[in-house]
Write a protein that binds this ligand. Sequence first.
Ligand code: THU
Length: 147
Amino acid sequence: MTDQELIERARDAALRAYAPYSAFSVGCAIESVDGEVVTGANMENACYRLGVCAEQSALTAAQHIFGLDKVARIAVAGGDGSGAELSGDVVCTPCGGCRQAILEAAQLSGRDIAILCASGDGSALERHTIGELIPFGFGTVNLLEIK
Ligand code: THU
């Protein structure tokens, strides 16, 4: 799948977000090393802090379908999901909590993970890796040190 196709999957997933409080729809598409793709979107709650981000929603699906250790590439797109397609021209990068969740997958496999960050309308794109987005991250290795 091309980068643009994976971004389109993320943009499409954003249209199935449940985001009545922020009105900001985020979609995430995750591709496995074998080319399988799962998607997720943010799901908010009247108890605001219980909202789930798109990346964490898609990571849960990834674990269920092919395993966190198989995550190879992630696309994220966020914007206004009220129309027929996702809109907005500001690039959406994963929040800090989602970076930590993606780092878990990277540490599990020992591979860096490519992250395609797109604007809602898909016109703007930033390419990152999880290593760049969360340097000096906390992970399994820290916990193993005390055993
Ligand atoms: N959101 C995500 O789904 N992923 C991110 O990385 C950034 C923020 C969601 C959470 C909330 O539902 C809405 O966007 C506004 O913060």
